[in-house]
Design a protein around this ligand. Structure first.
Ligand code: ZN
Length: 631
């Protein structure tokens, strides 16, 4: 049995064992009135086809109870935007989260859209603790219910960060929770292989001399005094003959064989009186020829988290310890390490299945605990595996993603067995998926129409640095977000408001819709949506003027996402292992799915309806555009 088969069998086994561990006669009648299970990025077309093939019996049986529906997503259909709509029952124009990133019109710098994480600062005049601030407008339905005394448990709800303070609830935060470098997620690879660079997107590479025996190195944390990285010493003892490495870090040591993952190593990064606590685990990818030791992103320590992880803290600390210790970083599946060629896809798949199993353990334990009347658990492995394995869904066996969908099905089945009769179950995804084969360098394309100008011809533009703002009329950053360089809003604005702005937007829209890919003659852009003109006053400053909605197979380029403008052709192949996407797709073609054990009232349910639906089930007052979907 290889590792993948083992993990699959183990997931099935654990879920079964969890059910079996209940009292013999009847499973405990869970107290929950409403259970919501979210599976990020599950595409309804793949779901339907694998359901039809008999792969997903639990979801199939649920579809016979309440029907299988496509669930309208948000524009753009990506997680920060969509889960903010799920939480608040508001459109993006109201909650103000328009993408993963937003630019500050003061300085054109990118920041995360749903929240800001501020790393700790060590300055001569004192230490500033790390901070997390939410930018989302509008109350989440769980906050409204908490005020009415409804006990709720939230497990890994994406982009509900920082976690809300709940008087009657339990929260373990999910997507949005940073690592201890205060980034989205940042791995380290220790290797004796030669490498071009020590920095890759989402990680660092520590090149070690190809010596045998003992290696003394360091694991870096966040920046400390003087801008230098805080470090802890790490000792590696290589045993090439036996294919293992002894890892000595802090007070713990463990010998790891090739292909195995270690337990968690506690870490303490010190700078004067300041201590930042975390934990890290390792995966030994190779040692016989070259050492390749992957260190996970450094996780916040639940016992002394540098930023909030959940509430109440005694419950949260126990919750994190299930299954040998859950990872706490929000971006829990390390797609960056796959993109960098560090983590082999099969190891990544094993990690995805293992984390799903671990989170399912906690979900089932929480169901048995009979604490919450409302329980929400969200799994993100379905989305991350979709990004990496989308291309293989065209294979006759559906590739690895099909295995992840089967794991989802087993989780739904196990949860259903724990529910008392009468509990309302909602199972949903926030958006669907498409192939991502070709990419548009949007700023480079704008430049070809003289709407964007770099400081010097051929010079590099990254993070919107190196742009001639006097001559730039429009620019892009994020996933399909396009901004006018507007006078009075942007600090170096060049375009007056009113008719001149309108005419510019119309020209850009017309040209975008006319782009044909010379490789295959296909239309690259499916639609162009107005955003800022629709946005509420309170959030308009952060809204892009236009949202480019790409045709299936296309997306704005990796470089554009971070405000780059590579010289050369505007259209290029997507060079990365990350081969599926949705973040800048057209909402019209990218729905999620909705299943329930009760009849859905409307034919065209949408994510914006979920908040009203759940508030309605608890007889709480409903406001906003959403419609209650259940009677
Ligand atoms: Zn995704």
């Amino acid at each position: 049995m290889n590792r993948r088969q083992f993990l699959q069998a183990s997931l099935a086994g654990t879920l079964l064992a969890s059910c079996k561990s209940a009292p013999k006669k009847e499973p405990p009648a869970g107290k929950q009135d409403v259970v919501v299970l979210g599976f990020d990025g599950v595409d309804p077309r793949l779901l339907e086809s694998w359901m039809k093939a008999g792969d997903l019996p639990n979801l199939q049986s649920l579809s016979r109870e309440g029907g299988l529906h496509r669930l309208g997503s948000t524009s753009p259909p990506n997680s920060p935007v969509a889960w903010s709509t799920f939480a608040t029952g508001r459109h993006p124009s109201q909650h103000g989260v328009f993408g993963f990133l937003r630019r500050d019109p003061e300085n054109y710098l990118p920041g995360t859209a749903p929240y800001t994480i501020r790393a700790p600062r060590f300055k001569p005049d004192g230490y500033r603790e790390p901070q997390a601030v939410s930018h989302r407008q509008g109350d989440a339905f769980w906050e409204i219910l908490d005020a009415r005394g409804v006990p709720a448990t939230l497990l890994f709800v994406p982009y509900a960060y920082p976690p809300p303070e709940m008087k009657h609830g339990r929260v373990l935060s999910g997507l949005g929770t940073p690592d201890l470098r205060f980034t989205n997620s940042s791995f380290t690879l220790f290797t004796t292989e030669s490498t071009d660079s020590d920095r890759v997107a989402g990680g660092r590479i520590v090149r070690l001399k190809p010596q045998s025996g003992k290696i003394e190195t360091r694991l870096e944390g966040s920046r400390g005094p003087g801008g230098k990285y805080l470090q802890v010493p790490l000792r590696l003892e290589l045993d090439r003959k036996n294919g293992s490495v002894g890892i000595i870090l802090g007070e713990k040591n463990e010998t790891l064989s090739v292909g195995k993952r270690s337990g968690w190593f506690p870490l303490r990064f010190k700078a004067g009186d300041v201590v930042l606590q975390g934990r890290v685990r390792f995966h030994l990818l190779g040692v016989k020829k070259d050492l390749k030791l992957y260190a996970s992103p450094i996780q916040l320590d639940p016992n002394m988290p540098a930023l909030p992880l959940g509430t109440p803290s005694d419950w949260m600390q126990k919750a994190v310890e299930v299954h040998g210790g859950l990872p706490t970083v929000g971006w829990v599946h390390d797609t960056a390490a796959v993109n960098a060629g560090v983590l082999p896809p099969e190891v990544f798949l094993g990690e995805v299945l293992d984390t799903m199993e671990a989170r399912a353990d906690l979900l089932l334990r929480e169901m048995e605990d009979n604490f919450a009347r409302l329980l929400i658990g969200v799994f993100t492995g379905t989305d991350r595996a979709g990004h990496i394995f989308h291309r293989q869904t065209r294979d006759p066996d559906g590739g690895p993603l099909r295995k992840v969908y089967r794991a989802m099905d087993r989780i739904v089945g196990a949860a259903k067995k724990k529910m008392r009769p009468g509990t309302r179950l909602l199972v949903l995804s926030d958006h669907g998926f498409h192939a991502f084969d070709r990419q548009l360098h949007v700023n480079t394309w704008l430049e070809s129409h003289k709407w964007f100008r770099r400081e010097r011809p051929g010079s590099e533009v990254k993070f919107l640095r190196g742009v001639d703002w006097k001559k730039t009329r429009a620019y892009s950053m994020g996933n399909g977000q396009l901004y006018v360089n507007l006078k009075g809003r942007e600090s170096a604005g060049s375009v007056p408001g009113g008719n001149q702005r309108k005419a510019l937007l119309e020209s850009i829209r017309e040209r975008l819709l006319a782009i044909k890919d010379p490789v295959n003659g296909q239309r690259v852009v499916s639609a162009v949506y107005d955003v800022a003109d629709q946005a509420d006053e309170a959030v308009r400053r952060w809204a892009p003027d236009l949202q480019i909605a790409f045709s299936p197979g296309y997306r704005s380029s990796w470089e554009t996402s971070l405000g780059g403008a590579p010289a050369g052709e505007a259209l290029a192949d997507n060079p990365k292992a990350w081969c599926g996407d949705h973040a800048a797709s057209d909402v019209a073609h990218t729905p999620g799915f909705l299943l329930s054990n009760a009849k859905i009232r409307h034919e065209d349910p949408s994510l914006v309806d979920l908040s009203s639906t759940i508030l309605g089930l608890f007889q709480a007052p409903v406001s906003g555009p959403g419609r209650p979907l259940l009677g």
